[in-house]
Design a binder for this molecule. Structure first.
Ligand code: BMP
Length: 207
């Protein structure tokens, strides 16, 4: 059985909180990204944390010092996990891990984006190996490419694999779980649905 992570990329704060509450019984975590945090302010992390654990998807990809500041802000505001871009390199991922440790938090590393393989195809497996070696908690893998999830699973062993790209981006929830995903990350298919709760419930039965 896999988990569902709600990707809450809304800019209407009231709507975002309403949907999070509506679907909370079917999701294990809420992922916030720039659209919501830049609209609502960083306090939204704490607010949503009262509903479900929050993953701060800031796709941290800066020099180690700046990256550590971003991670610190996310965790101080109640995030349970942050997402960092693996391509930023070992030093950046390591400082983010160091910050996470202080807060008992988790770090997930983007291996490749669902939207492009252009450059990632050359580095994705390498990034996955680095995530494992550094002791990260998991990776973000492309849910619209089940074959890649299968390959990445072989590399990362028991690390968690979280997969966006389900639904609107073409990924199939069942296929991706069979390929080795621990969780699917779903945004528009849920929050743009006429009945978000029903969609979340149906997805939960599928995975
Ligand atoms: P949606 O289900 O609406 O396509 O949303 C997917 C979410 O996952 C978005 O928040 C997006 O930023 C994120 N994401 C992605 O789609 N592909 C990736 O490779 C990495 C992501 O974090």
């Amino acid at each position: 059985m896999a988990d569902i992570v709600l990707a809450l990329d809304l800019t209407d704060v009231k709507k975002a909180v309403k949907i999070a509450e509506e679907v909370s019984e079917y999701v294990s975590a809420i992922k916030v990204n720039y659209p919501l945090v830049l609209s609502a302010g960083v306090d939204i992390i704490g607010k949503l944390s009262e509903i479900k654990p929050v993953i701060a998807d800031f796709k941290i990809a800066d020099i180690p010092y700046t990256s550590s500041l971003i991670a610190e802000i996310a965790f101080k505001n109640g995030a349970k996990a942050v997402i960092v871009h693996g391509f930023a390199g070992k030093e950046t991922v390591q400082v983010v891990l160091d910050v996470a440790k202080k807060f008992n938090g988790e770090v997930y590393v983007v291996t490749e984006l669902t939207s492009s393989t252009e450059f990632f195809k050359d580095v994705s497996n390498k990034i996955a190996r680095m995530a494992k070696e550094l002791g990260c908690h998991g990776i973000i893998a492309p849910g619209n490419r089940a074959d890649r999830v299968k390959e990445l699973r072989k590399i990362v062993g028991r690390l968690k694999i979280l997969c966006p790209g389900i639904g609107v981006q073409g990924g199939d929830a069942k296929a991706v779980v069979e390929a080795g995903a621990d969780a699917i990350i779903v945004g528009r298919s849920i929050y743009n649905a006429e009945n978000p709760k029903k969609v979340a419930e149906e997805l939960s039965k599928l995975v």
